[in-house]
Design a protein. Structure first.
Length: 91
């Protein structure tokens, strides 16, 4: 096992991270004790019981995408509802 270079210099400045540094990083859920995760508010996502959505890719005009994202968090869910209402007449 090779010894890694410290992430900070003598002045406490963080050095530029390399691809090797990034490969060593682990998610907080793996690296931190459970009690510290709870203190910091790290949330765990449970397993999905049954997939309800299908991932896809579509191409949209840049201004349209910007307007959708400007509506805030949950914009993709709102797009889903708009398409459903338009195609199926359902809310």
């Amino acid at each position: 096992m090779s010894k890694r270079a410290p992430l900070t210099d003598a002045n406490g400045e963080v050095r530029a991270l390399t691809a090797e540094d990034m490969a060593q990083f682990r998610p907080a859920s793996q690296a931190l004790p459970v009690d510290l995760q709870e203190t910091l508010g790290v949330r765990r996502r449970g397993s999905q019981k049954a997939p309800t959505k299908v991932s896809t890719t579509i191409r949209l005009d840049a201004d349209l995408l910007e307007a959708l994202k400007a509506t805030g968090e949950g914009w993709q869910t709102r797009v889903n509802a708009l398409v459903r209402r338009e195609l199926m007449g359902k809310a």
